[in-house]
Design a binder for this molecule. Structure first.
Ligand SMILES: [Zn+2]
Length: 128
């Protein structure tokens, strides 16, 4: 998986921050959706690798309970986790049980749960 992620990160469009991120979203049926971060000169117009992969999967008809794991890679020495915008999207469109696995370039792998990354989430129920 690390090698796939490393290779995929070369497709990242990160000319402003020079921080390529790649992501592979795994589905129950074995399907894999790949995402990379895409930056633009107007930062809000870009997208993170995680939402890139997730939105592609949703567009193909996959639903919340279809997702089992999301693999994330960057060249950072730290095991990066999804930003808070992506956490919100993951919270709403993936199951609470999804595994979030972060890889560093030197092969350190760390697993996170959505629950530990979103301790006090803003959720659909809060809108009622
Ligand atoms: Zn993000």
């Amino acid at each position: 998986m690390l090698e796939k992620l490393r290779e995929l990160s070369s497709h990242s469009q990160s000319k402003y921050y020079s921080f390529p991120v790649s992501c592979i979203l795994e589905c129950k049926d074995g399907s894999l959706f790949q995402g990379v971060n895409v930056e633009t000169s107007s930062p809000a117009a870009g997208i993170c690798a995680e939402r890139n992969a997730l939105f592609q999967a949703l567009a193909q008809g996959y639903q919340k309970e279809d997702f089992v794991r999301i693999h994330i890679y960057s060249k950072s020495k730290n095991n990066i986790t999804p930003c808070f915008i992506c956490r919100q999207a993951l919270l709403e469109y993936t199951p609470k049980t999804i595994e979030i696995i972060s890889y560093t370039d030197d092969g350190n792998k760390k697993k996170f749960s959505l629950e530990e990354l979103c301790t006090y989430p803003f959720q659909e129920e809060d809108l009622k």
